[in-house]
Design a protein around this ligand. Structure first.
Ligand code: COA
Length: 259
């Protein structure tokens, strides 16, 4: 039993719903450790042939890491936070069974990073994608600087990360971030249909395809992930990060000083 996740196994497909709708399903410590557990369940439970990650409520898939847990983190704690997030998301990306994101609303910051760690993505017409960390005086730390760049190309990725702007579903489709836009009330059904098709194939071949595709994608970016962790940690000792997180929680515009 999970506190922040709702899970449902039917026809060999595990649907995992991140369930903190009042906080737009933000990834706090509990959600992260429960995601870690559910990924282990996906790896080990032979009845599970594929999984779907989605968010509870009408507004959000996941609106990012929980900003209220950022206050007072040291550089080392910031770096450790990024490492933990990256490790869990690597396990999703390297799972031997397909894990798809059904993006039902905002997928921002850690939410966009979570969706990008999945093998591919479907979204509702209302979905919004972005890496708005720059608004808080930090950078993406759960693999976003690396995966966004691979998925949408460097120019688009840098633009999105520097401006912090959101992409709508159409733009996400055009850039290749999502494979399909599906009406909200059909999103889970369609995602299950795709997983059912994959579920009829040879499991060992599925696992190898995922492994090979991940290898093709690597291109020496391992160092990029490590560098991202360190840079994320460094952001946590800046005055601007404290100002950015406080401004979000106090619902005001941040005043950044470059310190
Ligand atoms: N961390 C913690 N709490 C969050 C959150 C996050 N990433 N995203 C949303 N919430 C909380 C809000 O603080 C608010 O809580 P409250 O009702 O107790 O005040 C609640 O979720 C609803 O969010 P709200 O901002 O009121 O909704 P909105 O529709 O006006 O705006 C967003 C939606 C997604 C644009 C806005 O919530 C937002 O910008 N979130 C942060 C996105 C972000 O920077 N993510 C990266 C984090 S590293």
């Amino acid at each position: 039993m999970y506190n922040t996740l709702h899970t449902y196994l039917t026809d060999n497909i595990l649907t995992v719903t991140i369930n903190r709708p009042d906080k737009l399903n933000a990834l706090n410590k509990t959600v992260m450790s429960e995601l870690d557990e559910v990924v282990t369940e996906i790896y080990l439970n032979k009845e599970i042939k594929g999984a779907i990650l989605t968010g509870a409520g009408p507004k959000a898939f996941v609106a990012g890491a929980d900003i209220s847990e950022f206050q007072g983190l040291s550089r080392e704690e910031g770096e450790a936070l990024a490492k933990k997030g990256q490790d869990i998301f690597f396990r999703i990306e390297n799972a031997p069974k397909p894990i798809l994101a059904a993006v039902n609303g905002f997928a921002l910051g850690g939410g966009c990073e979570l969706a990008m760690a999945c093998h591919f993505r479907l979204c509702a017409p209302t979905a919004k994608f972005g890496q708005p960390e720059v608004n808080l005086g930090i950078i993406p730390g759960y693999g976003g600087t690396q995966r966004l760049t691979r998925l949408v190309g460097k120019g688009k990725a840098i633009e999105l990360m520097l401006t912090g702007r959101m992409m709508d579903a159409q733009e996400a489709l055009q850039t290749g971030l999502v494979n399909y836009i599906i009406e909200t009330d059909e999103l889970l059904t369609k995602t299950r249909e795709i997983l059912a098709i994959i579920g009829e194939k040879a499991p060992l071949a599925i696992a190898k395809i995922i492994e090979c595709a991940n290898l093709a994608d690597e291109g020496g970016l391992g160092d990029g992930f490590l560098y991202e962790q360190e840079a994320f940690g460094e952001c946590f000792v800046t005055e601007d990060m404290k100002e950015g997180a406080s401004a979000f929680l106090e619902k005001r515009k941040p005043q950044f000083k470059g310190k």
